[in-house]
Design a protein around this ligand. Structure first.
Ligand code: DGL
Length: 274
């Protein structure tokens, strides 16, 4: 039986929060992770470009021998998951805002969904809110600067704290008691989020549920041999040396990062940023 190899991607570093769940929950399974940093943030791209980037990355991951793909990006999932499933020869698992569990747990009846503008405008997101959000008041917000703070690590802790507070304070004042982290970058700001939220406010990060789903699709038995070059392969379409630093900062890992800047698509001629 073919050994497992998870192909995972995001617009950037956020997807590492999903990889972290994979490492914790199925530590024997190797993965190839692609950060499409040249095109990050996806949240401000056109749907056509997000779709084309996602297709090109999935093709590349499949060519590397991925036995399944995990889309570690809410934006790419919301825009492209159906097309990716139709296109790919391996199973594709996506990630989307955890509105269902948040709606089941709210006491105040008020939920905040934090996600990119591109996610919030998709039909898929609207169908999610139609199915699970009808009985609650949803506050859907795109937190300004959060993706950039995680990507660039430019600001010191107090600036990060202020950036998080600017978004959360009004929501907490509204009486929101469930925070849905609908973008994989946001879990890296969790320490600052937790500093602010009072007891009784719950934070939802669907990464463990996504990995459970992916684990249920794995070939059995899970791979026990470490592939040449280590269990995890990291690639970026941006700066390999910057991503290497980010791996240390975000995962405490010393990993080699492969430069994938030649992973281009016809999408380069498509409408780009909105
Ligand atoms: N991490 C991505 C998500 O989960 C998107 C961030 C971005 O590139 O805008 O939606």
């Amino acid at each position: 039986m073919k050994e497992n190899l998870i192909g995972m991607f995001d617009s950037g570093l956020g997807g590492l929060s999903v990889l972290k769940a994979l490492m914790a929950m199925v530590p024997d399974v190797p993965a190839v992770f692609v950060a499409d940093q040249r095109y990050c943030p996806y949240g401000t791209l056109s749907d056509a470009l997000i779709l084309n980037r996602s297709l090109a990355i999935c093709d590349w991951l499949t060519a590397q021998g991925a036995t399944q793909i995990v889309v570690a990006c809410n934006t790419a999932t919301s825009v492209a998951i159906e097309s990716l499933r139709a296109h790919c020869s391996v199973p594709v698992t996506g990630i989307e805002p955890a509105i269902k569990p948040a709606a089941a747990r709210t006491v105040s009846g008020k939920i905040a969904v934090l996600a990119t503008a591109a996610t919030l405008r998709t039909e898929r997101y609207h169908s999610l809110t139609d199915r699970y959000g009808r009985s609650v008041t949803l506050h859907a917000v795109t937190p300004e600067g959060w993706v950039e703070v995680v990507e660039n690590n430019l600001t010191e802790d107090n600036t990060r704290r202020r950036c998080v507070a600017r978004v959360l304070q009004p929501l907490l004042e509204e009486g929101v008691d469930q925070l849905v982290l609908g973008c994989t970058h946001y879990p890296f700001l969790r320490p600052f989020i937790e500093e602010l939220v009072p007891a009784g406010v719950e934070i939802h990060d669907p990464a463990p549920a996504v990995i459970s789903r992916a684990a249920s699709l794995m070939n059995q038995p899970a791979a026990l041999t470490v592939p040449e070059g280590g269990k995890y392969r990291f690639c970026t379409t941006g700066s390999a040396s910057e991503m290497q630093k980010a791996l240390r900062r975000l995962l405490g890992l010393n990993g080699v990062v492969q430069n994938l800047s030649d992973l281009t698509t016809q999408s380069n001629s498509l409408p780009g940023r909105l």
